[in-house]
Write a protein of this length. Structure first.
Length: 115
């Protein structure tokens, strides 16, 4: 399984970005995909999750601002980020877990929000 995250960049506070996570080797429709982020000198944080049943979950810090979604035809999961804040600055990673095998991670994409 491989995950390719993209879409990061530099954006002013209040702006928006959409991150993409293209998955190969597994169908996004049947697995849970997570978005994590890691800010400098901070622990990795779970940001959003989408399950095979279309259930979604968000960290309190991003609720109402971020939306996770999935395009099964493109085998891609998105993270739409609106009303960005400087504290959202981090490297964002997508991941999925295969039972009995382990967790697969994308390479990360840097989001920088200027104040």
């Amino acid at each position: 399984v491989q995950l390719q995250a993209s879409g990061g960049g530099l954006v002013p506070a209040g702006g928006s970005l959409r991150l993409s996570c293209v998955v190969s080797g597994s169908r996004v429709s049947i697995v849970t995909i997570n978005w994590y982020r890691q800010a400098p000198e901070k622990a990795r944080e779970l940001v959003a999750t989408i399950t095979s049943g279309d259930s979604t979950n968000y960290a309190d810090s991003v609720k109402g601002r971020f939306t996770i979604s999935r395009d099964n035809a493109k085998n891609t999961v998105y993270l739409q980020m609106n009303s960005l804040k400087p504290e959202d600055t981090a490297v964002y990673y997508c991941s999925t877990r295969r039972v009995g095998v382990g967790t697969y991670w994308g390479q990360g994409t840097l989001v920088t929000v200027s104040s």
